[in-house]
Design a binder for this molecule. Structure first.
Ligand SMILES: *[C@@H]1O[C@H](CO)[C@@H](O)[C@H](O)[C@H]1NC(C)=O
Ligand SMILES: *[C@@H]1O[C@H](CO)[C@@H](O)[C@H](O)[C@H]1NC(C)=O
Ligand SMILES: *[C@@H]1O[C@H](CO)[C@@H](O)[C@H](O)[C@H]1NC(C)=O
Length: 365
């Protein structure tokens, strides 16, 4: 028997300055988008929360005045790809970044649902149906992401190799692309984390020989199933996301490990050495245990693919992630959730146990 989430709240609604209704309740429950979804990416801009997530067919942007309820959010398709292109299908894990005043959507896509022809498939050690997944960019001008018009910009070069879940990593030494990669074109899994240096948000600065692998799923909890001793089939590091401790200046990379269709999906943590070079794998330290993982006591499984945002008053840090209540139904069981997190004395993020609440609403909501 499954425990059902408490979807019903004793909610009161008010009308916001722009006419949107929003909840001002002091508590909320997960999930925050009842219809389900995966790979949420949330940011705050001029009083609004914006969310984009995997819809497969397009890049959709939602906006809401509250972080904890997206059921009444406004929704808009930023981009629907034309058919027949290398980026026409399986649009995954979009993120919307404002870099030097311009908006960029970075997203994963592939041609024809990525069914490799036999001529391609035969090079793989076992099957590699994701062989044509690559990273792409949209560009939008204007100060407001809601009114900006987004147009297709380019593929973000990953040297004609598998690439998913790409993100920007901003550092004093420049701008980087960190994404989930295979070791070579046809090796398939394990999926690792790769980094390239960028010249600007759409141009890679250096050749393939300078691409670096900064993490491989080498620890038991990064493998699928847990501790699998041989054959890294489907073991993954993916969904990388920059997280900065604004108090200490520590630079972290939070990533998802194991496999997104089952209960073991979780978050790992990497830390860049002070003064370190993001392109130097030995400047990254991987924490030996996951930092956010399943909580069977509350039926919260497969938690991962997170992004980070502040409370409306800027005083609290919040993680937005997806998880499953039923870990046996794979990808379709994923729903989007949020919870507050704090920081440990050593400056690392201290994530809560995943669950459904009710929890206190974000400060200032
Ligand atoms: C919520 O909004 C209602 C309607 O505007 C208001 O009467 C109530 O005081 C508000 N509650 C809180 C906790 O802000
Ligand atoms: C589409 O992808 C294939 C395989 O990677 C590549 O050979 C081809 O050049 C791509 N087409 C375009 C227009 O980029
Ligand atoms: C923004 O522009 C400055 C000056 O051209 C450049 O040095 C910097 O790398 C750019 N930042 C990003 C994130 O593109």
């Amino acid at each position: 028997m499954l425990r059902l989430p408490q979807l019903l709240l004793h909610a009161t609604f008010a009308v916001g300055a722009w006419g949107q209704s929003y909840s001002n309740t002091t508590t909320y429950t997960n999930p925050i988008l009842a219809k389900g979804g995966a790979d949420p990416w949330v940011f705050r801009h001029h009083g609004w929360y914006y969310m984009t997530y995997t819809t497969n067919d397009d890049v959709t942007l939602l906006r809401s005045q509250v972080l904890t309820d997206w059921n009444n959010a406004e929704s808009k398709a930023l981009f629907t790809p034309p058919p027949g292109m290398n980026y026409s299908t399986d649009l995954w894990a979009p993120e919307l970044h404002q870099l030097n005043g311009t908006w960029y959507v970075i997203f994963t896509a592939d041609p024809r649902n990525d069914s490799p022809s036999p001529e391609v498939d035969m090079y793989c050690p076992y099957n590699c149906p994701a062989v044509h997944h690559r990273m792409y960019l949209l560009e939008g001008h204007g100060s407001d992401p809601w009114s900006a018009t987004f147009v297709y910009k380019t593929q973000l070069d990953t040297f004609d190799q598998f690439a998913i879940d790409g993100t920007y990593f901003q550092h004093t030494s420049g701008l980087y692309h960190i994404y989930s990669c295979w070791t070579t074109q046809y090796t398939a899994w394990p999926a690792n984390l790769c980094i390239t240096k960028l010249e600007n948000p759409w141009t890679v600065a250096s050749p393939f020989s300078e691409r670096q692998i900064i993490s491989v799923p080498s620890l038991p909890w990064e493998k699928t199933p847990y501790g699998r001793a041989e054959n890294d089939r489907l073991s993954s590091n993916e969904g990388p996301q920059q997280l900065t401790n604004s108090r200490t200046g520590q630079e972290f990379l939070v990533y998802s490990a194991a496999r997104s269709d089952n209960r073991n999906y979780c978050l790992g943590l990497m830390e860049l050495a002070p003064g370190g070079d993001p392109m130097n794998p030995s400047d990254w330290r991987k924490h030996q245990y996951p930092v956010f993982y399943q909580n069977p006591a509350e039926s919260a499984y497969g938690v991962g693919h997170a992004s980070f945002v502040k409370s409306p008053d800027g005083t609290e840090d919040w993680i937005v992630y997806h998880g499953m209540q039923d870990p046996t139904n794979g990808w379709s069981a994923r729903t989007i959730r949020t919870q507050k997190f704090t920081w440990n004395d050593d400056g690392t993020p201290k994530f809560p146990k995943p669950g459904y609440g009710p929890y206190d609403a974000p400060s200032g909501q």
